[in-house]
Design a protein around this ligand. Structure first.
Ligand code: MG
Ligand code: MG
Length: 248
């Protein structure tokens, strides 16, 4: 079901979103060679709980972490573990927060120490593909316009756009309708309206778009082993400019 939020509800979501952004920033500051993804997970959980929120991912479908920590060829849903980050890795941090009954959801991909030019390009292309999609986030535009904008930007830079997973509506629930694909046809799909709140989250691969899931049942990796990036914000559609709710 699609839910439309009023101004007061969007302001509550902005509080949940801010806490989400702060938790990701706390993790970002701790990313360095030698740290384990479990240590990063604890930083996020402590940060969120100490400010009265709850980590939405913990226990979601049985997921064990407060963040998804996805390293290198891992696309999304990496499980926090004793794996130590190494110089040259990239890591996607995805985090969700429930605060006062409302959800925030955001993700970004970070460098571990010095990384290759290819890896930095992927991070930059992934982030910019989100902002290309954001330009379409106005009433009257359609979901296909967002997907097309993300896809055409990423593919024009030689990257693959993951098809198997997509963005989503968000509100009192982490995942609400509609699904928000990162590919599509202009002028197709649901028409955006004021008060719709969606998480747009491109997952972009240096290689092909194809992915598979590891035997742990969670970790999604690129089928060809290429690096993958992830970038996400929670966005409120308004009469004016779209509002990013997951900002610091
Ligand atoms: Mg997310
Ligand atoms: Mg999401």
């Amino acid at each position: 079901m699609i839910t439309i939020k009023n101004r007061e509800q969007i302001e509550k979501m902005r509080k949940a979103g801010k806490l989400t952004a702060e938790a990701i920033e706390a993790v970002h500051k701790a990313i360095h060679p030698g740290v384990t993804t479990k240590e990063l997970d604890a930083i996020a959980e402590d940060y969120i709980r100490s400010r009265g929120g709850a980590p939405s991912f913990k226990g979601y479908g049985g997921f064990p972490g407060s963040i998804c920590a996805s390293v290198n060829e891992e696309v999304v849903h990496g499980i926090p573990s004793d794996r130590k980050l190494q110089e040259g890795d990239i890591i996607g941090i995805d985090c969700g927060v429930l605060l006062d009954g409302w959800q925030g959801d955001s993700a970004a991909t970070f460098a571990v120490g010095k990384i290759s030019a290819d890896a930095q390009n992927l991070i930059d292309i992934t982030r910019q593909s989100f902002y290309e999609g954001l330009k379409m986030c106005h009433p009257g535009m359609r979901l296909g316009d967002i997907g097309h904008a993300v896809q055409s930007y990423a593919e024009s830079h030689g990257c693959g756009v993951v098809r198997d997973l997509c963005g989503h509506g968000i509100g009192r629930e982490m995942h609400e309708d509609p699904e928000v694909p990162n590919f599509g046809k202009p002028g197709h799909g649901l028409r955006l309206v004021k008060g719709l709140v969606i998480a747009v989250e491109p997952m972009i691969n240096l290689g092909t778009w194809r992915v598979r899931t590891l035997n742990d049942g969670w970790t999604c990796v690129t089928a060809d082993g290429s690096l993958s990036g992830h970038y996400e914000h929670t966005i409120a559609i308004t009469d004016g400019e779209p509002e990013l709710l997951t900002l610091l």
